[in-house]
Every structure is written in C-alpha cells, then in structure tokens.
Ligand binder design. Structure first.
Ligand SMILES: [Zn+2]
Length: 100
C-alpha cells in the first residue's frame, strides 16, 4: 500500500516544461516589439525526422521549421532548427527575431 502511493507521488512530481519528454522549449524575442515568446515544439508533430538524402547539417537528426507570432504585434518570426539525436540544437536560424 505504502509503496503504491509513493510511486504515485513520484509520477506527479516529475519535472515538467523544458525537460518534458514530448516538447522542446525555445525562447525567442520579437525584432519589432521585443516581446519574449516561449515556443513549445512538439516532438511528435512539429519536429520531423531527417534522412540522409535531406543533406542535413552534420550530426542533425531532427528538423523543425515554424512561424511564430507574438501577442503584442503582427510581426511573424520564422525559425528553423536542427536537432541531434538527443534533441540538442545542432544548428538554428531565425528571421524577424532573435533566439534568447
Ligand atoms: Zn512583436
């Protein structure tokens, strides 16, 4: 009984946000109004697997291209990010803003 509840507690107190298994979290800043925007990239839908024929930058295994819109202005921010096997950023590019 006791260990059952202890296990439960561990599940619910596990780390969230940037260390969440299903998301990669990126912070960007709008070039026009300086708004800081947190972008959550879903590994299962936003991020695509790369293949040899895609000619990826060295060590890149995953790829995402996304348009980000803040709440304070209508400036669109375009991000392109390549990740390695462990979802560490291997290469990144941004237009309309900057990475934080
Ligand atoms: Zn803005």
């Amino acid at each position: 009984m006791g260990s059952f509840f202890n296990n439960f507690k561990r599940i619910f107190s596990s780390p969230t946000a940037s260390s969440n298994d299903n998301f990669v979290s990126i912070n960007v800043k709008c070039q026009r109004c300086s708004e800081e925007i947190n972008v959550k990239l879903r590994k299962t839908s936003d991020i695509s697997r790369l293949y040899e024929e895609d000619n990826p930058p060295s060590s890149a295994a995953y790829f995402v291209r996304k348009e980000v819109l803040g709440e304070k202005c209508n400036n669109l921010i375009y991000i392109t990010i390549y990740f390695d096997e462990n979802f560490n950023i291997a290469y990144k590019e941004i237009k309309g803003g900057e990475f934080l």
